[in-house]
Design a protein around this ligand. Structure first.
Ligand SMILES: NC(=O)c1ccc[n+]([C@@H]2O[C@H](COP(=O)([O-])OP(=O)(O)OC[C@H]3O[C@@H](n4cnc5c(N)ncnc54)[C@H](O)[C@@H]3O)[C@@H](O)[C@H]2O)c1
Length: 402
């Protein structure tokens, strides 16, 4: 798989990463201003029958950004309308799905029209799921606006919503209902990141560290070293470095997805769950708080990327205990997570046994047994079936804040 730079006259310069999935293949365009490509992608993939674009906008984006997007679509001759969604895990729900598809029906979207998901991972997952079920499936262009959704959530076609068993968020089952629905294009417009807050930017770096921990088996064995070497200069406003970071991370994800689109193979897409079995259990804990290495407690709910960072630490500790990696490698990972300003520990954890019990309910687990993805070498990870609970307990204790 190759990645190339593309300069179309009059269009913004973009880096392009192909996602090779046969007749479901598409390109991820990365660069400032690449939203301008949206009408062209719709026309190229859907033809003249595509008359309307329905933009699902993240309410966290400045209004000017969504107005610009709708104006660009209208200027191309598309009948563009939008709705705004407040992206919370609570609202990543069947109710919100119902609201979106009702609005699509009200606006008479045809099967040949297009949905544009403009926002972070929550909006991408929701709008993508709505596109997958509306009229049994219409096209979606993913336009991620957080670092996390650029490097991870927008690529690969996983869409879905959470199920809130208790009704008050106390027993939230993440991504329980969903569909595989590949987009017809992904536009990672780096201009949008300017308004992202620093904590959300750091959350995206957690998924980049995860990719670096599997990258040796997916065509980029130097990604960890490159990330370490450039980490201190990475920022929302360093567009050239950001473009390289996003391109390399998307390329890793694209190779994983191309080899195992529906997560059916060992050593394939399941490896992207590195850190996530811990993370899903941690982020579903009401009242849990992230704590930085300095001892500062982060206010409010733990963000998805922050929970992933905690999960990566716990996975690395588990691997050290099992003799899969040296402590020096776990320390390298820990140092990157600290440098990103991601939590070192979590306050409000239940007992380790209770957390393991919650982890065993993760939908990825069969028969209540735990399946963890664990680092096993530099840039390499693998699946461990049912690791010794006492080892996992010991790893959980290393991320517990008193
Ligand atoms: N489908 C997948 O493969 C996949 C992969 C990873 C994560 N996810 C999902 O993605 C979600 C997390 O995504 P996320 O980290 O993007 O969080 P998010 O969608 O909650 O967005 C984070 C916050 O940033 C705000 N925001 C978005 N873009 C902004 C911008 N440009 N400027 C200012 N504010 C902006 C949002 O309003 C929100 O408050 C989780 O639900 C997770 O399960 C899905």
């Amino acid at each position: 798989m190759s990645t190339t730079n593309k300069h179309d006259s009059g269009a913004p310069a973009a880096r392009v990463v192909p996602v090779d999935l046969g007749d479901r293949s598409y390109e991820v365009c990365i660069g400032p201003g690449v939203f301008a490509f949206a009408p062209g992608i719709a026309r190229k993939k859907l033809g003249d029958k595509c008359r309307s674009a329905f933009v699902v906008v993240d309410s966290g984006l400045p209004e000017a950004a969504s107005q610009r997007a709708v104006a660009a679509l209208r200027a191309s001759g598309l009948n563009a309308t939008s709705i705004a969604l407040i992206p919370t895990e609570h609202d990543k729900s069947l109710q919100s799905l119902g609201h979106i598809v009702t609005e699509m029906t009200r606006r008479k979207l045809e099967r040949s029209d297009v949905v544009i998901a403009l926002g972070g991972g929550i909006v991408g997952d929701l709008a993508g799921f709505a596109a997958s079920v509306y009229r049994r499936g219409i096209a979606v262009i993913q336009c991620p606006t957080t670092l996390l959704s650029m490097v991870d959530a927008s690529v690969g076609g996983k869409t879905g919503v959470n199920i809130d068993l208790a009704g008050d968020g106390a027993d939230l089952k993440k991504n329980m209902v969903g569909a595989f629905h590949q987009p017809i294009g992904v536009l990672a417009d780096l201009d949008t990141l300017a308004t992202l807050d620093d904590r959300q930017f750091a959350a995206g770096l957690a998924e980049c560290i995860k990719h670096a921990m599997i990258s040796a088996d997916f065509g980029d064995p130097d990604l960890l070293a490159w990330t370490e070497a450039h980490f201190s200069r990475l920022s929302k406003t360093n567009a050239p470095l950001l473009a390289e970071l996003v391109q390399r991370n998307v390329a890793v994800k694209a190779r994983v997805v191309a080899g195992d689109e529906r997560e059916e193979k060992d050593g394939g897409r399941a490896l992207l769950n590195l850190g996530h079995t811990f993370a899903h259990a941690i982020e579903a804990l009401p009242g849990a708080r992230g704590v930085l290495r300095s001892g500062t407690e982060l206010p409010g709910d733990i963000h998805h990327g922050e929970a992933v960072a905690l999960g990566l630490r716990a996975a690395a500790h588990t691997s050290v205990k099992l003799g899969l990696i040296d402590a020096s490698y776990a320390n390298r990972i820990g140092a990157l997570i600290d440098a990103a300003g991601l939590p070192a520990k979590v306050r409000g954890l239940p007992s380790a046994d209770n957390l393991i019990e919650r982890m065993s309910h993760d939908k990825k687990h069969i028969g209540g047994k735990i399946r963890l993805v664990l680092p096993c070498g530099i840039g390499q990870s693998r699946i461990a079936e049912n690791p010794e609970p006492s080892t996992v307990c010991a790893a959980i204790e290393t991320i517990r804040a008193q």
